[in-house]
Design a protein around this ligand. Structure first.
Ligand code: ASP
Ligand code: MG
Length: 420
């Protein structure tokens, strides 16, 4: 007998038929003799709908990436958390119809306690004094993901995609043997199969690789859930909920690198089109200039990603190029304009027709030549590289977005990722 947390995403519970199917998958684990706790998302599209409703009444005092004003943020959480209440109740009903003892649990009933940050709260603690005994008695708790309760007793939410984090945190609190995250894809792929049909499902991937891929726009798992799993060394399996009970459905195991090691240097190619590049021309070449620019950006809550600085022909000035999320471009340009005297750049260029393409793999730590293979593959397609950034397990390049697909295909082939 094992203790299992099964989590189902929005498409897996998109309507009564999907929910009925999920109840079959859960029942199969219960009948196999396991202790099962379930975490659900809202039906797909539902959270967006709820966010829009709040926006209609409060768009001027709330914005999606950062809530300002403070007057209604608690009610935003109260509204958008409601989608998960619906699916947890519905799934409990579907399970009872199969003769499985089940009940729904909302965040405050567990309670799943969070800090005070509304709309992006962090989990502080999960009490298992109520849910643990219920689980041991053979009842299946169906937990509403994405939501918790804060010190003041108000409902909080964990940020978009947060029910992955609910599931991982619950698995840790319950000391589960397994955390299975069911979604609409059958695992983590070497790249986006819509771009490269030969893309392959990975059997295993290391936490660090998954973190890089998640933050690079492969939205299979919420980044925070991977961090949490990594810090607690909890392996998480990503698999499809579309399979039948008896189907072979191995998914991808996200696990410690010692278990993930396969004979490969690069595990995946990721891309993001949500990039914008800003270049400040002829900045004074003296200490503190980059700090000033970065401070202006962080004061405006804008995340700076790739940064390069180059000395131009004269040695007293330099050019500074950096990238940000393209949705922040207007805000960033306004901030730079209002800090112009302080920063003192002569002029500025910006471009939002850029993409970031990255190769990721823990094997890079011990192998050389990855950068060379990457740059040669791009050069052979005549793709110009605008900015390069590296970490221990990743190389990213910024290119004209027109060549995104070409670059992804070229790199997937260059690293032989289609070969099993
Ligand atoms: N329903 C929430 C969202 O759409 C949480 C989740 O699905 O993980 O962001
Ligand atoms: Mg999700």
């Amino acid at each position: 007998m094992a203790r299992i947390v099964m989590k189902f995403g929005g498409t897996s519970v998109a309507g009564p038929e999907r929910i009925r199917h999920v109840s079959r998958l859960v029942t199969a684990e219960v009948r196999a003799g396991h202790e099962v706790a379930v975490v659900v998302s809202a039906m797909s599209g539902e959270t967006n709908r709820l966010v829009r409703l709040v926006d209609e009444l409060a768009a001027d005092i709330i914005n999606s990436d950062r809530i300002v004003g403070g007057a209604v943020e608690d009610e935003y959480d109260s509204v958008v958390a409601s989608g998960e209440q619906v699916t947890s109740g519905l799934l409990a009903i579907a399970l009872r119809r199969r003769g499985v003892r089940a009940r729904s649990w909302l965040g405050w009933q567990i309670p799943l306690k969070t800090d005070m940050a509304h709309s992006k709260a962090r989990i502080a603690e999960i009490e298992n004094s109520a849910i643990g005994p219920s689980l041991r008695s053979g009842q299946v708790p169906v937990v509403a993901g994405f939501q918790g309760v804060n010190e003041r007793g108000r409902i909080s939410t964990l940020g978009r995609g947060g029910s992955d984090t609910s599931a991982v945190a619950l698995a840790i609190a319950l000391k589960a043997d397994r955390c299975d995250i069911y979604t609409d894809v059958d695992g983590v792929y070497t790249t986006d199969p819509r771009i490269v049909p030969e893309a392959r499902r990975l059997n295993r991937i290391a936490f660090e690789e998954m973190l890089e891929l998640a933050s690079l726009g492969t939205k299979v798992l919420q980044t925070r859930s991977v961090e949490l799993a990594m810090h607690n060394n909890l392996s998480v399996r990503v698999l499809t909920s579309m399979a039948e009970v008896d189907d072979v459905n191995p998914g991808t195991l996200v696990c410690h690198e010692d278990e993930a090691m396969e004979e490969r240097v690069v595990s995946g190619v990721a891309y993001s089109r949500d990039e914008a590049r800003i270049t400040l021309l002829r900045l004074a070449d003296r200490p503190g200039m980059v700090a000033k620019v970065c401070k202006a950006m962080s004061d405006a809550n804008i995340i700076v990603d790739m940064i390069v600085q180059g000395i131009s022909r004269s040695d007293t000035v330099s050019n500074l190029t950096f990238t940000i999320d393209k949705h922040d471009l207007e805000k960033a340009l306004a901030v730079l304009e209002s800090n112009r005297d302080e920063i003192g750049h002569e002029s500025l260029k910006s471009d939002s027709n850029v993409s970031k393409v990255s190769v990721v793999g823990i094997g890079m730590r011990s192998h050389t030549g990855v950068a060379q293979t990457m740059f040669e593959a791009l050069a052979a397609r005549n793709i110009n590289i605008e900015v390069i950034a590296t970490s221990e397990i990743k190389i990213s390049v910024l290119i004209d977005s027109e060549y995104t697909e070409l670059a992804v295909r070229a790199l997937h082939g260059a690293f032989g990722l289609e070969v099993t």
